[in-house]
Design a protein around this ligand. Structure first.
Ligand code: HEC
Length: 173
């Protein structure tokens, strides 16, 4: 391409003066070096990536005992933590509208469910039964003049769903 005579004669070694362009012989060398460097980098990167993505073994919680309250009379099988986690999802779907995102209640809609003497005074089974029937306005126990609807107004909740919500409510006490 560049076959014009290089005027930089001063930089050329004496042996190569017939070359005319002493820099040109460097070009393939530089290209070779660059290619090798790139290839080296690619190989290094390829080598690094499999070791970088060390497989993290999935940690299935096997609930090795301890922790939670042991007053659960149900036949749950699943650990308290899992039930509470599912219950929290159900809470967010059904109960949050009246009892609020932090379960401290929304005035005029639902009561505080944290540190609740009412909840603490009931067994899990009684609490499930309560949530299934709710508390109408004409119930003498009603304190707000607002009804707690059966199943929080969500008839599609199963017994298991409600038991899970109860497990979640236990974590708020
Ligand atoms: C439409 C609004 C509404 C929804 C939805 C709702 N609640 Fe309530 N809930 C109330 C009201 C109102 C009360 C208080 C009634 C009263 O005055 O005693 C209440 C009371 C309660 C109580 C008794 C608290 C106490 O100290 O007496 C519990 C427990 C409870 N709700 C749980 C739930 C759960 C669990 C859900 C979701 C499955 C839910 N609620 C959904 C309105 C609601």
């Amino acid at each position: 391409m560049n076959d014009s005579v290089n005027p930089e004669g001063a930089a050329s070694p004496a042996d190569h003066d017939d070359d005319g362009s002493p820099v040109l012989w460097l070009v393939p060398l530089l290209i070779a070096v660059a290619v090798i460097a790139l290839a080296w980098g690619a190989v290094a990167a390829a080598n690094r990536s499999p070791s970088g993505s060390v497989a993290v073994p999935p940690t299935t919680t096997s609930a090795p005992g301890g922790g939670g309250p042991t007053t659960v009379p149900g036949d749950g099988g699943a650990g308290d933590g899992e039930a509470a986690a599912r219950g929290e999802e159900i809470y967010k779907g059904t109960c949050v509208a009246c009892h609020g995102p932090d379960a401290t209640g929304i005035p005029g809609l639902g009561k505080d469910l944290t540190n609740s003497e009412f909840i603490q005074g009931l067994t899990d089974e009684e609490l499930v039964a309560f949530i299934e029937t709710g508390r109408p306005v004409d119930d003498p126990a009603n304190t707000t003049g607002v009804a707690m609807p059966p199943k929080g107004g969500n008839p599609s909740l199963s017994d298991q769903d409600i038991a899970d919500v109860v497990a979640f409510l236990r974590t708020l006490q």
